[in-house]
Design a protein around this ligand. Structure first.
Ligand code: FMN
Length: 192
């Protein structure tokens, strides 16, 4: 699979079915994430690959209702980092940016391996830290849910989430987020 195929194939699917996750797969995903660029090569990303059912069930126990589908994941990758381990340039704090890029690499590699790798922001950060022994001064940036995409839409999903399972949510047009040579502010609605 080439890069454009991986980018186009990747989806945040929620209807997942079980898949065996070997240590080889985990090392492969970590390796590809680790090749990501980072400020001064600081490599601030940290991952806990959670496969153990008893550890997973502790994360499940504190999920918000809209993310109950995460119980279908065969592995949850807990992604965390802290500012002290990366560049800080005035107001620009790079650990989250660099960790996000590494996570994107990981997600694309998982896609190439035929897996779904779905990041979320909806979880109980304190409870996850406690369960996994992650120190207080780290910030958990996302949980990536890994599984195999199921053709059957899972009954956990609301109608709106089921619709997103069938079709990728729309993206903004080029003009909304991309500019040629110079930024152009969007037209303002006429004032009354
Ligand atoms: C930072 C971040 C947080 C997200 N949080 C959630 C979440 O809590 N629950 C969820 O079901 N999906 C979550 N998503 C998935 C997005 O809803 C999804 O990526 C978006 O709707 C676009 O769909 P696509 O990835 O299939 O193209 C999150 C994605 C990102 C990148």
């Amino acid at each position: 699979m080439n890069v454009t195929d991986a980018i186009k194939t990747r989806r945040a699917h929620r209807s997942l079915e079980p898949v065996e996750i070997t240590e080889e797969t985990i090392r492969d995903l970590a390796y590809h994430a680790g090749l990501s660029p980072s400020c001064n090569n600081n490599q601030p990303w940290r991952f806990v690959f959670v496969r153990d059912p008893s550890q997973l069930s502790k994360i499940h126990a504190v999920l918000p209702p809209h993310n109950k589908w995460m119980e279908l994941a065969s592995m949850i990758i807990v992604v965390f980092s802290r500012p002290g381990e990366d560049c800080v340039v005035k107001e620009r704090i790079y650990n989250q940016f660099d960790t996000g890029m590494a996570t994107a690499f990981l997600i694309l590699r998982a896609t190439e391996l035929g897996l779904v790798a779905h990041p979320v922001a909806g979880y109980n950060e304190e409870a996850v830290k406690q369960t996994l022994g992650i120190p207080e001064n780290y910030q958990i940036i996302t949980l990536v849910n890994v599984g195999r995409h199921s053709d059957k839409i899972h009954p956990y999903l609301s109608e709106s989430l089921a619709a997103r399972e069938r079709e990728r949510p729309a993206r903004y047009p080029f003009e909304k987020y991309a500019f040629l040579d110079r930024y152009a502010a969007p037209p303002q609605p006429p004032s009354r």
